[in-house]
Design a protein. Sequence first.
Length: 326
Amino acid sequence: MEYAENILETIGNTPLVKLNKITAELPCLVLSKYETFNPGNSVKDRMALKMIEDAEADGRLKPGGTIIEGTSGNTGMGLALAAIVKGYKCIFVISDKQSKEKMDILRAVGAEVVVCPTDVEPEDPRSYYSVSKRLGEETPNSWYVNQYDNPSNAAAHYESTGPEIWKQTEGKITHFVVGVGTGGTISGVGKYLKEQNPNIKIWGVDTYGSVFKKYHETGIFDENEIYPYVTEGIGEDILPENVNFDIIDGFTKVTDKDAAVYTQKLAKEEGMFLGNSAGAAVKGLLQLKDKFTKDDVVVVLFHDHGSRYVGKMFNNDWMRKMGYIE
């Protein structure tokens, strides 16, 4: 009989799905790495499991312990699924800009959720970075995950996502395009792919209000680049240790409006009901049009599922209120 021993064994081996209408103006073959097929509906399941297993192996996470993390929702879901199977408690710290659906989903899988204000400096004691760190220090028998600087994050993608893409494209991939938040996906996948073929181009999709693009181009961490933005899951006001700028060939920035509009377009034109960062990734891909030729095979990674955004990007009242549609 064919079956998985538990839900964690279904993580990975997600399909590559061709994009058709939405990328019709591009000369190349565009394939999406469709990560919502993971059990927690996001790419973050991969690194959540890897971070937990590595912490168990070296004793940072002990039996009956509490897992503490600041998350925009998806890493929390992956950690929660692993925690349920392995017998841990979870406390997740989330910023108030994240969708209500994400908070409800985390509570549904038994996690305690602490909500913090978005519009504060990372060093502010109220920020979700500071609160998750403090809870990690105060909670007995706990482990603070710190996905931003935890090397197991990028390692998960070096070990699984990168090899899957290489195998699925039979080594024909020429470009990898992905939204960048913690940096684990782009750095792990990028490192693996460049080891196979150094000519593969790695492009990051950034958002306005984030520091990545300017830092990559100039080496300057410009605080004037930082301001609140709506797009979820990509961009940062810090430089996570997981972002390996050396393997990234460039960044393109996408507006909040374009990310939201293209999230809807993916659903209506491709039947792909995906999260906010997928809209940003597709618009970023279109902005890179002059980088591609007819012989190229471009893989774009889609992080998460549309069910987490039904009150926002898939709600036309919200879209009108934001000025994104007429």
